[in-house]
Design a protein around this ligand. Structure first.
Ligand SMILES: *Cc1c(COP(=O)(O)O)cnc(C)c1O
Length: 360
């Protein structure tokens, strides 16, 4: 068996030890005589699996007691609708910060349910920056302020959560959740699909302050009403059971490795290696402003895009896959989530040097 270094933006690489555990437990989970996939979500085995996953996630993120942790479905794109349906709470509009493709998708969807004030945008920079906080035109009456913590496509990430005063901050954290510690208390809600940094596609994580729930628009589907989901401990409808189980194994893996502070150190080391090299040569370049470069998704360009195909082919021959950049940005993108080992980034940088030497 040969495993590649998988730089996919999502669904993305999982820790090998997690996959091995899942394989070993596939036919018979802990003497139950069943696969987790075959369990009733209301049986004692699965209830224990889900409770442990939630407890571990709360521990890793130090989630305050007045926040609900919800295991939902529909992905972050689904949440783009579910958030305004639940969190407009009688307000006329919400503020959105436009930092790239994913914020634009959130904005487009929210407009179906209420007013949207785009309080700041970095479109003018080609989405290579985050608009300085001082330039944001926030509405003090807004229901919430929405940001995308890490733009998976553009590779732009907030270094710190912005201060938005008393209005709840809501973040799409799909591609940065669990990459470093987060002060959950600074947010009204945060959400993300699992398939970047947590586990299989199909599970959506939502963490929401409990005073914000219970005022969903009447049109909100019951399965997407945070209050209904919370009151039923994420089992109002059948949850994505196997994805929750794998997420629990990943939470364990993070905890064993020292938690989110250790993850951050590991991720900074990996990203630093790549950015330092990109900045040291004229053959490659990072399009993103230095102060908002993502720790998780690193887009980069070759000085001549006619070499892109040869670069990708050589990478694949060396066991490095999914490096092609998103079509809207072009060039390359290395997604280096928690499960990407340092060796993967070292191998990539070594190959980049080799390619530069032979094509520069
Ligand atoms: C991947 C991603 C999404 C889309 O998630 P789905 O699970 O496909 O709905 C949304 N936002 C961000 C920031 C992402 O990285």
């Amino acid at each position: 068996m040969t495993r590649v270094f998988n730089f996919s933006a999502g669904p993305a690489a999982l820790p090998e030890s997690v996959l091995r555990t899942a394989a070993a437990e596939m036919l018979d989970w802990h003497g139950s005589g069943m696969s987790v996939m075959e369990m009733s979500h209301r049986g004692k085995e699965f209830i224990a699996i889900a409770a442990e996953a939630e407890a571990l996630l709360r521990e890793l993120l130090a989630v305050p007691a007045n926040y609900k942790v919800l295991f939902m479905q529909g992905g972050a794109i689904g949440e783009n609708a579910i958030v305004p349906m639940n969190l407009l709470r009688g307000h006329k509009s919400a503020d959105y910060i436009d930092t790239g493709e994913w914020s634009r998708k959130s904005i487009k969807e929210a407009k179906k349910y209420g007013g949207v004030n785009v309080a700041a945008s970095s479109a003018d920079s080609g989405y290579t920056t985050i608009p300085p906080r001082a330039t944001w035109k926030l509405d003090p009456e807004a229901a919430y302020v929405h940001i995308c913590s890490n733009e998976t496509i553009g590779g732009v990430e907030y270094a710190e959560p912005p201060d938005v005063g008393a209005v709840p901050l809501v973040a799409d954290m799909s591609s940065s959740i669990l990459s470093r510690p987060v002060d959950v208390a600074k947010y009204g809600a945060l959400y993300g699909g699992a398939q970047k940094n947590i586990g299989p596609a199909g599970l959506t994580i939502v963490i929401v302050r409990d005073d914000l729930i219970g005022q969903a628009l009447p049109i909100t589907p019951s399965a997407f009403d945070y209050k209904t989901v919370a009151d039923n401990e994420s089992m109002y409808n059948t949850p994505p059971t196997y994805a929750i189980y794998i997420a629990g194994l990943v939470f364990h893996w993070i905890k064993e490795r020292g938690g989110l502070a250790a993850m951050e150190a590991h991720n900074r080391k990996k990203a630093g290696l790549l950015y330092d090299y990109l900045d040291s040569t004229a053959f490659y370049r990072s399009p993103v402003a230095r102060d908002c470069r993502s720790l998780m998704n690193v887009p980069f360009k070759l000085k001549d895009d006619a070499l892109d195909a040869a670069f990708l082919k050589g990478a694949e021959a060396r066991g490095m896959v999914q490096l092609k950049g998103h079509r809207s940005v072009g060039g390359m993108r290395a997604s280096i989530y928690n499960a990407m080992p340092l060796e993967g980034v070292q191998a990539l940088v070594a190959y980049m040097k080799e390619f530069e030497a032979s094509h520069g």
